[in-house]
Design a protein around this ligand. Structure first.
Ligand code: GLC
Length: 503
């Protein structure tokens, strides 16, 4: 099988502030992550993606980067980053860093120089205009432009005013951002998750939207320059040995619009949020899966699968707190065609923390899903020190790593069984996908590779359902462990799912 590692892998997203705290200041750090790599190995994932670890004023919690080639002291040092990469590699875990190419922090030296005067050599590294166009920023229904009094011009920021957009039409900017990639590739990282990378290409005229739009540009921005810049970026990665890879956040939400950003000379993969956006409903899931598969086949790209990340309410919260539903979705996440990205804590069935108004810190209202990971049932949940920066998620006494690792019927144990099965199962990793039937209650699909055949049956309803066509197959994994290692009798229980193999 000569598929590259990133097509076979399951990637675990770590939000460094919230994962594990070695220093005892209530904010997670790199040493904390390194101490807990055994959890990733126990679970059976293949790699991790770290949300930004770079020096940052934290206006957007690290997505406002003030220096791309260092580590924020909150998280540790460059040596800690090197140690973490080496420790991950010793465990056969790949490491992806978050790369934030569309904007820097307003405290980045490039922007500080740029805003210094209209003639500064860095002026053209950002997008300055005498008159703003009608674009809107994310997080607030307000213009994407801020007037900088000192020089009397406006600068573009598709996110916060603290996140000025870089001007990728300037070759010096492109070179500098390529050097950032090289800096980390030389330090042996396996690749990157590229933040809102569909935004980097911009028409130099920055024309108004016609008609005027009230939504953020982030959800619809498209410009052909982006594909050119992605080809250059790909050439940088391809200059290294070891199959380095980049998954890009292309926040367009329609798989047919997203797929053209990936391929042999652009991104290795682009995120697809269709399942994350889908209601818990067999038809909604089937539509999402079919659309993604169709787009991937049409464009010859490799899909991704996502149920959660640091920008969205957690799976359990979206599914009304029902773990049985989160379990069904986990089966789909890890058996559908594409590389799954799993948000740390989803394997524990964490719900969003309830964050009282005085503790809210994120301008995008995303604190709930970023609550700290409870490692055990003790009072400090393994965070030995001050209270963490955000409140605990609900039920930390049972929804914690230690308790779930002890309990063979836990959500984490289900994730582990699914990951084990997938790891040993080329059909689940790489096989073709065929949706079977169109029931409003039950989603079924097959994965086939050569003679290997698997069938996944997921019942989204609260009643048992009869399923045709897989009678007598063996149950390899089930949302309820006591249903495993049996012969499938054609009945799927309420709100449950099974992975079946031909006997
Ligand atoms: C991406 C990140 C999000 C961040 C934004 C701006 O959408 O996932 O957390 O706020 O980009 O960088």
């Amino acid at each position: 099988m000569d598929a590259p590692w990133w097509q076979r892998a399951v990637i675990y997203q770590i939000y460094p502030r919230s994962f594990a705290d070695a220093s005892g200041d209530g904010i997670g750090d790199l040493a904390g992550i390194q101490q807990h790599l055994d959890h990733l190995t126990w679970l059976g994932v293949d790699g991790l993606w770290l949300s930004p670890i770079y020096p940052s004023p934290m206006a957007d919690f690290g997505y406002d980067v003030a220096n791309y080639t260092d580590v924020d002291p909150l998280f540790g040092t460059l040596t800690d980053a090197d140690d973490l990469v080496a420790a991950a590699h010793r465990r056969n875990l790949k490491v992806l860093l978050d790369w934030v190419p569309n904007h820097t922090s307003n405290r980045h030296p490039w922007f500080m120089a740029s805003r210094g005067s209209r003639t500064n050599p860095y002026r053209d590294w950002y997008l300055w205009r005498d008159e703003p166009n009608n674009w809107r920023q994310a997080f607030a229904p307000t213009p994407a432009w801020t007037l900088d009094e000192r020089t009397g011009q406006y600068y573009l920021h598709l996110f916060l005013p603290e996140q000025p957009d870089l001007n990728w039409n300037n070759p010096a900017v492109r070179r500098a951002m390529h050097d950032v990639l090289r800096f980390w590739l030389d330090r042996d990282v396996d690749g990157f998750r590229a933040d809102v990378v569909h935004l980097i290409g911009k028409d130099p005229a920055l024309p108004d939207d016609q008609p005027v739009r009230s939504d953020s540009r982030v959800s619809f921005h498209e410009d052909p320059h982006t594909h050119r810049w992605l080809r250059e970026i790909r050439a940088v990665l391809d200059g290294y040995d070891g199959d380095r890879a980049m998954v890009g956040e292309v926040n367009l939400r329609d798989p047919m619009a997203i797929a053209p950003y990936a391929g042999p000379d652009q991104l290795h993969m682009a995120f697809d949020f269709r399942l994350l956006d889908a209601a818990f409903d067999a038809t909604a899931f089937r539509t999402a899966i079919t659309a993604t598969d169709h787009a991937a086949r049409t464009h010859g790209t490799w899909p991704t699968v996502v149920l959660g990340n640091h920008d969205q309410a957690r799976v359990l919260t979206r599914y009304d707190g029902r773990e049985d539903r989160a379990r069904v979705a986990a089966v789909v996440l890890l058996t559908v065609r594409g590389t799954p990205f799993l948000f740390a804590g989803d394997e524990l069935g964490l719900a969003d923390a309830v964050v009282p108004p005085e503790r809210r810190v994120d301008p995008g209202g995303r604190d709930g899903c970023r609550a700290p990971i409870p490692w055990n049932g003790r009072r400090d949940h393994g965070w030995n020190g001050d209270d963490p920066w955000l409140p605990w998620p609900p039920e930390p006494d049972v929804r914690n790593v230690a308790a779930q690792r002890r309990d063979p019927d836990s959500m984490a144990a289900l994730y582990r069984r699914l990951l084990r099965r997938r790891r040993d199962d080329p059909a689940l990793q790489l096989g073709d996908l065929d949706v079977v039937g169109s029931s409003p209650d039950v989603l079924s699909y097959e994965r086939t590779l050569g003679d290997e055949r698997r069938r996944v049956v997921a019942n989204f309803s609260d009643q048992a359902q009869q399923v045709a066509g897989a009678h007598g197959w063996s149950v390899l994994v089930a949302t309820r462990r006591d249903h495993e290692d049996r012969v499938f009798d054609g009945t799927i229980g309420p709100c449950s799912a099974v992975v079946l193999g031909v006997p």
